[in-house]
Design a protein around this ligand. Sequence first.
Ligand code: PLP
Length: 389
Amino acid sequence: MFARRTQWNLATNRHAQAVERARLSGCPLLDLTAGNPTAVGLAYEDARILAALQHPQALTYEPAPLGLLPARQAVAAYYAGHGVTLPPEHIVLTVSTSEAYTYCFRLLCDPGDEVLVPSPSYPLFDFLADIQDVRLVPYELVYDHGWQIEFESLARAITPRSRAIMVVHPNNPTGHFTRPWELDRLNHLCREHELALVADEVFLDNPISAPAPFSFADNQGALTFTLSGLSKICALPQIKVAWLAASGPSELVAEAMAKLEVIADTYLSPNAPIQWAIPELLSTGPGIQRQLNQRVATNLATFDEALSTARLVTRLAFDAGWYAVLRTPAARSDEELAILLLEEDGVLVHPGHFFDFPAAGYLVLSLITPPEDFAEGIRRLLHRIESFV
Ligand SMILES: Cc1ncc(COP(=O)(O)O)c(C=O)c1O
């Protein structure tokens, strides 16, 4: 009865089952995967956020396929803050970055066409591609004192069915962001093979160290779609506001925008009260980002201090984002290790295979975890792993 694209293996894996058991048992857990910013003790500007949702013009219906102009102007102002001049008519509002990906895939790909995705990376992409009948083809990020794109693997992955190269900038979970020399090579590949670039910038405002990452919204070297939204830049995932912004050669951008307008007009997805709230909500972003970046810095300092005496555990260098990648002995699978930490120590971590790390020996931790939980979780984690010798 159901489409082949929905034939997912929906059985929960061993780690997910262990998490369920641990939660049901009621034992307190130290959750070092905490990724929901609304549940980690940040001080939001509650009154401003709630007041923004009561805009009087929300009582009027005014269909606007790309999104209401004041909202798109506010998004353009966000990019102006990153030194990018972006005309509001090159912006399309969506309810989520996931929906923005969907629009890009619908615009660029016929069924069976391919999109090149970085590996390791964020796990949601597989489902997004399945639902759109797009085939994801991984290209490698390699680690050598820091992450970078492995361009030979990227070039090898390109076929006549390739339509776009995706970059997650900064990447989740590696924390790598694209350097100017990498952008030049990406543009070159895109022009040579008539590909578009799709850049996911949800963590753009979370650099760990200078220089901060540039925005792809300024890229003129190839047709580029830059995706972001309030879920990360204002730490408001429940508000459901995101966008895609087109840049690049003007004829291609004009054609893309005309087609995107039809796609967006078919759904008219973001609701009016939220769209009217966007200018005010976006203005709360810098305050919450200061807290997030402070939180990440605090946890990272705790982590590095604890690691300074560890013999078996190191962390990988990274540039930005909310996550840290841990290198652990590969004697047992990362799933087994994560289950051991959960069951013996009450510490919840992401096994690396969740993000498609190529081998055992990687764990991923959230640096936005409340600092007391983070410090105690790290203490227990290191105690457990260091006892392996
Ligand atoms: C790299 C990346 N892109 C997109 C998203 C999802 O964003 P949204 O909530 O706007 O769909 C996430 C969520 O964690 C993410 O890590």
